[in-house]
Design a protein around this ligand. Sequence first.
Ligand code: SF4
Length: 704
Amino acid sequence: MEKKENISFPPWYDGENQKPENISVEVLNEIIEGAFHRIAGEYPEYQSRKDQIEMSKNILASLMNESVYIVEAGTGIGKSFAYLIAIIAYSYLTDERVIVTTETKNLQMQIFRKDIPSLKSLLGVDLAFELALGSSNYYCRLRHDEAFVEGKFRDLVSESELERYNTWTKEVNENKIHGHIFDMEKPFPEDFWKFIGRDPDGCPANKCLHFNYCNYYRAKAAWNNSKIIIANHHLFLYNLFNEKRTLPPYSAVVFDEAHGLIQSGQSILTHRFSTETIREVSRKFESRIKKSLPQEAYEEWSENWKNLESVWHVFFSSWEVQLSLNFEENSRKIIFEKQNIDTKECLFLLEKICDNIAELVIDEKDSGTLNALNGILKAVKKAMLFFTYYQHMNFEKMVYWGEKIHSRFYLFVCNLNLGDELSPLMTEGQVWTSATIGYWPFDKRPRDKADLLRGGYFRDFMSEAFGQSPESDMGMDFKTDYFESPFNYARQSVMYIPAHLSAPEWGASGGAKELYERNLMEEVLELIKLSGGGALVLFTSNYLLNHAGMIIKEQLNLPVFSQLEFGADLALKKFKETPNSVLLGTNSYWQGIDVTGKQLRSLIITKMMFTPPGDPLLQARSKILEKKNENPFMKISLPRSCLMLKQAFGRLIRSETDTGFVAILDSRLLHKNYGKRMLANLPDIPLVKTLADLKSVIKKNSLI
Ligand code: SF4
């Protein structure tokens, strides 16, 4: 980063401007202390926390040094304020832009709507900040026009919805609102939005007739004028893997909920194509192309597509035959060996079509036709990349698999090591933070923080996020840190693990499974009765969730909200509003939800969550580890499962006054060796193994 001649101090700090080389760590620390002091003065209820201030100081120092800081901060530390204060100070001192990225929409909105505005007013700073969303979340005027002409609105929404839409678009067109999907209280249905949201592949940008008034490009201009951009992992990674063309330049990035970045990265780097992909692309744009191209050009176009469709079909069918031995519906097979299936012909035809479209795009003036041509060009380029991966199969770096979903055959390819892709692209100062990043690989708890940091707590995360040997490859400074949650888990809660209830082996069926499910349901009912509702029950299977929902409704007179019945957002909202209710959920409630107070007083985790053995990435990585005589379960599955359990566990105690119990209905935690490691990763709280003991601790400590 080019250093400024003189540094501007943030307004809350009473120091003289000085040369950047003169600014010491002590001065940086004073700036952070000054900010917290000011907040305490302005907002007397604010509780100053030593760890929060220390975390904020470390973040500022790390941003100023352009180094990497990986920090796990337990729930309740106040990590958002810690990094936001450091970012604000950093922006003043360097005049540079910082990106904050989150995993969940909830946190992204909270930072944008609540945290930064509060800090601006408490600290008396004037700093531009903006929300950045993926471009398909923005309303597109061109697509609106096309959908209108084709009469799509009438087919997709009711009269009253159409009226609401017209009022909303009027406000967007008058620049009263930003024109993205979160600008409305009740979002429009997805199958409607997909016709009016921006199509990133098709948008002709400055060749569009609406370009000067386009609200997506208006948002981009606002990003350019802001010092803090609040994005999400998906958008951040998309920008990174697309030559950084979406977001404006930045000099530092803070990843909150950093544990989720790996998953987002993997989903972005997964390429999937089906037998039907090419036919669908051609169908989508056929009428527009026919209308727009001269007869001769259209005939050439049709001929090329027809050839491509048949070669494409041969390629996919050959793989389907190779993989479909005993192939069942909705199953998948990993490809571990290269087959003699030709990719060259497909690649040749895709290239030919690509050149053809590139020529047409140069002279095209009509926005709608450009939109179609760009959309096809992007789809063709993606297909070319996909075929290149299949042409040069590399089983050390990539995983390939075939899958049959709803009678359609798909081929996939994904990078095995996200870190190897990520790290060369990230040379800025980076802060990685979350309440759960690390994994303690022993069955006895660490003695203290120093023991934890020495014991390889961040090793797995670092190798996933930065590749095999980050320090040597990147030449950047790394610092790791850990701040324990300020909550008194031992006083505020108790953990119950029934010694008799054990999940059957993976794939078990028949009597053992039925008995387990019956016992599980009885236990769930007893526990909900014990807390009188106010319960969050987490499942790993939709079937069991539905089954439990029916039984709870039948046998307990309590309101039940199921994620599968109401959708994740609505069920959670209803649970928060309804006293003594029960919330049932699968994956999406294991992390990221925040229910404080008596509304949530019992957390029931029905089973530990492990990555299914059929997961392609897990299988491919396991094979590589086995070749090195390493244990894939201990190296991959256990750390992941542990993080999920830690995340789920964190749903119960969200403030210093919350109390309640956590029940984990899976005795593998007690009986298996790996279970002890999982327990060593959870907060140190009283553990009971019978319902009678649970009742007695609850009574003694007034937990409910
Ligand atoms: S510039 Fe792109 S996003 Fe904007 S209105 Fe035109 S097509 Fe839509």
